[in-house]
Design a protein around this ligand. Structure first.
Ligand code: ZN
Length: 395
C-alpha cells in the first residue's frame, strides 16, 4: 500500500502507528552498523517476505498486510490491525541492527571447537540483577535516547572482527530471523487473535483451561496460547518460505535448516535476556520462558517440515545441529567475558551470565513438563480457532 496517500484513512492510520514508534526510517537515522550492502539485502528480503505474507493473507481472507521499518532502537516487531482490510507490521530498525550484530558476533565462533565450561547458572535460579559488560548493553538492553544507542552499537559492531567468508551466513541468518519474526506477527492477524480475544472476553466464545479444561482460561493463559499459536503458524510460514526459496536447489536445504535452527536460537537469546529465571515468567506472564519457546519452536518447525515432505530424522538433525552451534557460541561468549574479560573495561565488574537459553539434564524434565503444559493449552486454542474461523491454508 502507498502510505503517503493523504486521502486514504488506512494510510493515515499506518503513518500514525509509525510515528508512535519513533517515526519513519530516514537515511540520516541509520547507524554505521547498517550502512552496508548487507542492509540493502535485508530491505530486499523484507520486500520479498511482505509479498509472501500478502499471498497467505489473501488466501485466508484476512486482508492486506504491509511491513514498515520504524526508527525505534528496540528489539521485537509488532502488528496492528489498522482497518477491517489491512494490518501493519512494524519492525524497529533497532531489531534489524541487533540481529545483524548478534549474528556477526556469534558466527565468529563457528570454527572454534574448543570445549568451554558452562557458566554456572540455571533457569531455576532466583531472579537477580545482572551487570552486563557495558559494551554489550546496546545489544541486550533497551537504552534511552537513539543517539547514544547507535553510537554504542556501532562501537560494538566495529569491535567484532569477522572473516569475510561468513558474509553469506550472516546475511542468511538475518533473513531467516526476519522471516520467523514477521511470520509470527502476521500469524496473529491470519489467526484472528484480536477478534478471538474480544469474543472470549465478551463471553460469546468460551475458552477453557486447567485439568480436563474445567475452568475459563485466564487472560495470561489465553495470551500465552496465542503466542505459541503464532509461533507454530509462523514456523509453518517460515518453513514454507524456505522450501519455496530452495525449490530449484534442494541441495541447499540442509544448510537452510541448520541456519534456521541457529537463527531461532540466536533470536530468542536476544529477547528478554535480562530475564534469566523461570521465576520471571509466572502464571501472569504473556510469554513462556525463552527456553520453553525455543524447544516448542524447534518442534513446530520439524513438524511443519515433515508435513511438507522432508523426512523427519533429517530435519531434526539439521535443526538441532544449528541450535547446538548457536548455544555453543553463546557459551563461548560467556566464557570469554568471564575468563578473558572480552568486552569488559579495566575494573568493570560484570556477571558473565548473558543469555537465558540454558538447561541441564537435571531440569530437563521440568522444562519438558512446562513445555507440554503450554502446548496442551495452545492446541485447545487451535481447535477453537479452526472451529470458529476455519483451517489455516498455505497457498
Ligand atoms: Zn506475538
Amino acid at each position: 500500500m502507498d502510505i503517503s496517500d493523504q486521502h486514504d484513512p488506512t494510510a493515515q492510520a499506518v503513518r500514525d502507528l509509525i510515528d508512535l514508534d519513533g517515526g519513519p526510517l530516514v537515511p540520516d537515522a541509520l547507524g554505521r552498523t547498517l550502512r552496508n550492502a548487507a542492509f540493502l539485502q535485508t530491505l530486499a528480503n523484507l520486500h520479498y517476505l511482505d509479498e509472501r505474507l500478502n499471498k497467505v493473507s489473501v488466501r485466508n481472507g484476512s486482508g492486506g498486510v504491509s511491513v514498515h521499518i520504524t526508527r525505534s532502537p528496540t528489539m521485537g516487531a509488532s502488528v496492528r490491525q489498522v482497518s477491517a482490510e489491512h494490518a501493519a507490521v512494524l519492525v524497529p530498525v533497532g531489531t534489524l541492527a541487533r540481529l545483524h550484530v548478534t549474528h556477526r558476533l556469534l558466527v565468529g565462533y563457528w570454527n572454534q571447537e574448543r570445549q568451554v565450561p558452562e557458566m554456572l547458572g540455571s533457569l531455576y535460579d532466583r531472579p537477580f540483577e545482572r551487570r552486563l559488560p557495558l559494551a554489550l548493553v546496546p545489544l541486550l538492553r533497551d537504552l534511552q535516547g537513539d543517539g547514544d544507542w547507535w553510537e554504542a552499537l556501532d562501537a560494538l559492531d566495529a569491535s567484532i572482527e569477522l572473516n569475510d567468508s561468513f558474509a553469506t551466513a550472516v546475511s542468511e541468518l538475518n533473513h531467516l530471523s526476519l522471516s520467523l519474526l514477521l511470520s509470527h506477527e502476521f500469524a496473529h492477524v491470519g489467526r484472528r487473535h484480536a477478534d478471538l480475544r474480544r469474543r472470549v472476553r465478551s463471553g460469546e466464545l468460551s475458552f477453557k483451561a486447567g485439568d480436563g479444561q474445567s475452568r475459563p482460561a485466564t487472560d495470561a493463559e489465553l495470551a500465552r496460547a496465542m503466542e505459541d499459536d503464532a509461533d507454530r503458524i509462523g514456523a509453518y510460514i517460515a518453513v514454507w518460505t524456505l522450501l519455496r526459496q530452495t525449490e530449484s536447489h534442494p541441495d541447499r536445504r540442509p544448510t537452510g535448516f541448520v541456519r534456521l535452527g541457529y537463527a531461532l536460537t540466536a533470536l530468542l537469546a536476544l529477547f528478554d535476556p535480562e530475564k534469566l529465571s523461570v521465576m520471571h515468567f509466572g502464571a501472569e506472564s504473556a510469554y513462556p520462558h525463552p527456553t520453553i519457546r525455543q524447544a516448542l519452536l524447534l518442534d513446530h518447525i520439524a513438524a511443519c517440515a515433515t508435513g511438507l515432505g522432508i523426512p523427519a530424522g533429517q530435519v531434526d538433525s539439521w535443526l538441532n545441529h544449528g541450535a547446538r552451534k548457536a548455544l555453543a557460541a553463546l557459551d563461548q561468549l560467556e566464557y570469554e567475558v568471564y575468563a578473558e574479560r572480552r568486552f569488559c573495561k579495566d575494573g568493570e565488574q560484570v556477571d558473565p551470565v548473558i543469555h537465558a537459553l540454558r538447561t541441564s539434564r537435571l531440569n530437563m524434565l521440568r522444562v519438558a513438563r512446562n513445555a507440554s503444559d503450554e502446548e496442551a493449552i495452545s492446541l485447545q486454542l487451535n481447535e477453537l480457532i479452526t472451529a470458529t474461523y476455519g483451517d489455516f491454508i498455505l497457498t
